[in-house]
Design a binder for this molecule. Structure first.
Ligand SMILES: [Zn+2]
Length: 213
């Protein structure tokens, strides 16, 4: 005889992402974490301030990202003439040179995906904080888990660093404000992807909206 398992019952269990052992979720206190019995990898954390922290970090990240796109990345002296290079001018130069596919990739990786991810984060944390629109939160979490795979802002920063080191031997380069805001943005971005897991947000979502029902 088959027994039907409801999604609420499934929510009581968690699978270790490393060794795939099934665990029944247990209550843990604020600031602690639950680890797998077999491989000791972390199953979930409990951080009661996660939503506030997430909201503050994602708003800061969004502002830094906008600043990084407005201000110059670097200033280069070419034959006594100062040239200002911004992220957007880099993309338009790629287009002018006929590298359409590369430009399209760059636009997606350094512009569309990061801004989408941070807009989703801000909306998500705001909705979770105010306990509104459960269905939208659910859809946003699913979308986020898909586009986070395309988050490569760290690779973009590293490639800028590599080209800077190469250019520095040939030209006089002044680092612009955008470089620092971009660096801070990538640090926040990395911290958020490492410390805030979709699974945890999903768990918080379940708790928040269950209280409402
Ligand atoms: Zn395990």
């Amino acid at each position: 005889m088959k027994t039907k398992i409801t999604s609420d019952q499934l929510d009581e269990f968690i699978i270790c992402h490393k060794c795939h052992t099934l665990h029944k979720k247990a209550f843990i206190s604020n600031g602690s974490k639950a680890v797998c019995r077999h491989c000791k990898s972390v199953l979930y954390h409990r951080d009661d301030a996660l939503i506030d922290k997430g909201l503050a970090l994602s708003i800061t990240g969004l502002i830094l990202f906008i600043l990084a796109n407005v201000f110059p990345l670097i200033r280069v002296d070419i034959l006594g003439q100062e040239q200002v290079i911004t992220i957007l001018s880099m993309i338009s130069r790629l287009l002018e040179s006929g590298y359409y596919i590369v430009a399209l990739f760059v636009v997606y990786l350094v512009f569309i995906f990061p801004i989408m991810i941070f807009l989703i984060y801000v909306t998500l944390f705001f909705l979770l904080k105010t306990a509104q629109k459960e269905k939208l939160v659910q859809d946003l979490l699913i979308l986020l888990s898909k586009i986070l795979l395309w988050n490569m802002s760290d690779i973009f920063l590293i490639s800028i660093l590599v080209s800077l080191v190469k250019l520095m031997s040939m030209l006089e380069i002044h680092i612009g404000l955008s470089f620092w805001t971009l660096t801070l943005f990538v640090i926040i971005d990395l911290y958020m992807t490492r410390s805030i897991h979709i699974g945890e947000l999903w768990k918080i979502k379940e708790e928040i909206y269950r209280e409402q029902k």
